[in-house]
Design a protein around this ligand. Structure first.
Ligand code: ZN
Length: 244
């Protein structure tokens, strides 16, 4: 089974459609939350995921969009974008976001937005944090987002419990995780932050325990114009072109 794994779409429909085209034919779409926030197209993105029967989890921005006081922890720009999101989304979008669970297990993969031990908020940015989270992972392998950085933390073969390899994506190459516990981040579809402005995602071969990262160019200027038209924060608009 071939699966497209999408995270941190952040209401960017142009980036979402470009990465779906790049992923090609897949049997399923899984998402890791932050479907909305920052971007100009929350309803269109949720409609697309609904059409695709995507399965996934809620991120901190999705939680905030449903009215949760999670918004208090947002910085000024994220909060301004979230206040706009709350005003603009349809009841149908709100209902879809409200129904997202904090975690999900499909086959031997666990899906969370942030981390297995704190599915909505923790940023996994170090091998220490990855090791602590691998230790509590209920399945052999996990998928997470939130940091917007494409990479994998893989338990070294025959290693003691906390010997972790950090693997960066290689263009077009498949990473075989056979027999190894791993936490894998697809990067962000709608707001990449690794210095590469192209949309980022993962294609997963469930039977082979293999993953491949993909990148897609999209109409960044179109998304920026749509953000400007509805008055979203300037910094959020400019960072899209830089991938930061
Ligand atoms: Zn995010």
């Amino acid at each position: 089974m071939r699966v497209a794994v999408l995270s941190d779409i952040h209401a960017n429909i142009r980036a979402l459609d470009a990465i779906l085209a790049k992923a090609g034919k897949v049997d399923a779409v899984w998402h890791l939350g932050d479907v909305v926030g920052y971007g100009p197209d929350p309803d269109a993105v949720v409609d697309r995921l609904r059409e695709l029967k995507a399965r996934g989890v809620r991120g901190n921005h999705d939680l905030a969009a449903t009215g949760d006081d999670a918004i208090r922890d947002f910085n000024t720009d994220a909060r301004a974008a979230m206040e706009w999101t709350r005003r603009t989304i349809t009841p149908k979008t709100l209902a879809w976001l409200s129904a997202l669970p904090p975690r999900l297990a499909i086959d031997d993969w666990s899906l969370v937005h942030a981390s297995p031990r704190d599915p909505t908020w923790e940023y996994i940015l170090t091998e220490e944090a990855a090791a602590a989270n691998l230790a509590v992972l209920p399945t052999a392998r996990g998928l997470f987002g939130h940091t917007h950085l494409p990479l994998a933390y893989v338990l070294a073969a025959n290693a003691s419990a906390d010997e972790i390899d950090t693997l960066a994506p290689e263009a077009g190459g498949w990473l075989n995780l056979d027999g190894r516990r791993a936490l894998v981040n697809p990067g962000s579809v709608g707001q990449p932050r690794d210095g590469d402005p192209r949309a980022s995602a993962l294609v997963l071969d469930v039977g082979r325990h293999s993953v491949a990262w993909i990148r897609a160019e999209y109409d960044i200027a179109g998304t920026q114009a749509a953000m400007q038209a509805v008055g979203l924060p300037v910094r959020g608009i400019s960072r899209l072109a830089l991938g930061i």
